[in-house]
Design a protein around this ligand. Structure first.
Ligand SMILES: Nc1ncnc2c1ncn2[C@@H]1O[C@H](COP(=O)(O)OP(=O)(O)OP(=O)(O)O)[C@@H](O)[C@H]1O
Length: 243
């Protein structure tokens, strides 16, 4: 089976001439279904660039990105946008919830944009909220939710539908450590159900939830290791998919 995400020799240069910045150089990364990879490295090393290229929000200068075996190179802009909406879920530090939409509307918007009927989208949205114990907040607006609840809505939006690739950039950044662990648990559950996740973090404790840690320095992957035994090993039972 193809990996959910494969990056082959990916390089990214921002700008031109003397102002050019080599953000990534020759990055190879493969993430299988069921696997969470944490990306760590100093500030400016290229972690966010790696994530945005993996999610096709940005194009590499050279190299290739494949999602479920399909190369994004040469794909039309529309096809790429459709693939992104259907297959890729993003969780960013600032949540990116739309203030004028309720929790459930924030989740269903991408589904409806993708052509799902409003009723079916709403059912899927409510189910995703239910999985995150947020059913009673479905009709609340983002400013009526706590930081942890907003983050769970952002995660529900990322995992709703048939998303196979979850990309998270410091997803626990604004949360206390208990809520942060909750976020990691949810991402882990999504992986157990077959998703692949790539998580950028500065936090070694959070990285210990991952199956693999990738270290980036000056745009180059310098090391890939298994993390030390962390909380994940203690949660093997708790994070099993629900029947
Ligand atoms: N749009 C852009 N235009 C020009 N340079 C950019 C752009 N985005 C990123 N860079 C540069 O590319 C390099 C990698 O940036 P990136 O944001 O990927 O690093 P990072 O590891 O995520 O950093 P941090 O941990 O501080 O978020 C940096 O030198 C940055 O200044």
């Amino acid at each position: 089976m193809s990996p959910v995400l494969e990056m082959r020799g990916v390089s990214k240069v921002y700008g031109e001439g003397p102002a050019a910045v080599k953000a990534l150089t020759g990055v190879d990364l493969s993430v299988e279904s069921g696997t969470m990879v944490a990306v760590m490295g100093p500030s400016g090393s290229g972690k966010s660039t790696l994530l945005t290229i993996a999610g096709s929000l940005e194009e590499p200068t050279s190299g290739e990105v494949l999602v479920e075996g399909t190369s994004l190179v040469g794909m039309s802009r529309n096809d790429r946008a459709r693939m992104r909406r259907r297959r890729v879920g993003y969780v960013f530090q600032d949540f990116n919830l739309l203030a004028g939409l309720t929790a459930v509307e924030n989740i269903t918007l991408p589904l409806e944009l993708d052509g799902m009927r409003p009723k079916a989208a709403r059912e899927a949205g409510l189910e995703a909220l239910g999985e995150l114990d947020l059913t009673d907040r479905a009709g609340h607006y983002p400013d009526e939710l706590s930081g942890g609840q907003r983050q769970r809505v952002a995660i529900a939006r990322a995992i709703v539908g048939d998303r196979r690739l979850l990309l998270a950039d410091e997803p626990t950044g604004a949360l206390d450590s208990v809520s942060g662990e909750g976020v990691m648990r949810l991402l882990k559950v999504a992986c157990r159900r077959g998703a692949a996740a790539v998580l950028v973090t500065h936090d070694a404790h959070l990285a210990s939830w991952a199956d693999r840690v990738v270290f980036v320095r000056d745009g180059v992957v310098v090391d890939q290791t298994a993390p030390p035994a962390g909380p994940e090993s203690l949660l093997a039972v708790e994070t099993e998919p629900r029947a």
